[in-house]
Design a protein around this ligand. Sequence first.
Ligand SMILES: [Fe+2]
Length: 273
Amino acid sequence: MNKEEYRLQLKEWLSSIQPAIQDDNIRQKVDHLWFSMDDEHSSEQEWYELAERIAEDMNPQEDMREVAAGSHKLPPLPYRYDALEPFISKEIMYLHHQKHHQSYVDGLNQAELALKNARRTNDFKMIKHWERELAFNGAGHYLHCIFWFSMSPSGKRKPTGQMLRLIEQSFDSYDAFKSQFSAAAKQVEGVGWAILVWAPRSQRLEILQAERHQFLSQWDVIPLLALDVWEHAYYLQYLNEKAKYVDRWWNVVDWREPEARLKQAQQVRWTPF
Ligand SMILES: [Fe+2]
């Protein structure tokens, strides 16, 4: 789609939602988008971001929806399968999205339902298997959601503003960041990912490699409560009785920290899939 077609499509969409707008705040954003579309220096990416914010404001409930256990869905791609050619072929995009990502969605739903059933029947014999499936497929699903939406045929090819400032602060320069990210990606052991992350505790960006998708994590999640079961955490006192240590650990848990973390973590909201 070229810029003119996109402009036309957005104008049609704006006209269709305009009668339903009650809120002055949203009306202001709509005016901003109209204005931006008539400004020759503004880009499609800017229009898209403005439109996205309007859509979010118009459907707050939609955004608040949780994804119930077993009901993850494959997100539709925000562009056509051939849109990233010649860099990524249509065939790859189709298989990758329709077959591979779909299989992670299915596997995640299956694991979540199996764990729900295990809780209901208090039968955790298969806990290791299902936790592994939960992590593998969950990480696969969440990372692909980030991946698809971080590409586009006519997007913003270089960061600006806060993102650029933080990249320069964390990696010295954008070029140095790119070199490290590419090297990390090329040297992932076997299969996996290179991932740019925000570390809330050190207030810095970091680059990490993920082998496979996960190594029993899900990446898109924020830890709230953690129990250390390395031997160094209990062996001196409990020797090989790890189970006893775990059971007794509940006597010293302090939920104030997980509760405080939850409050902050809930500020983060991504579109549910
Ligand atoms: Fe993939």
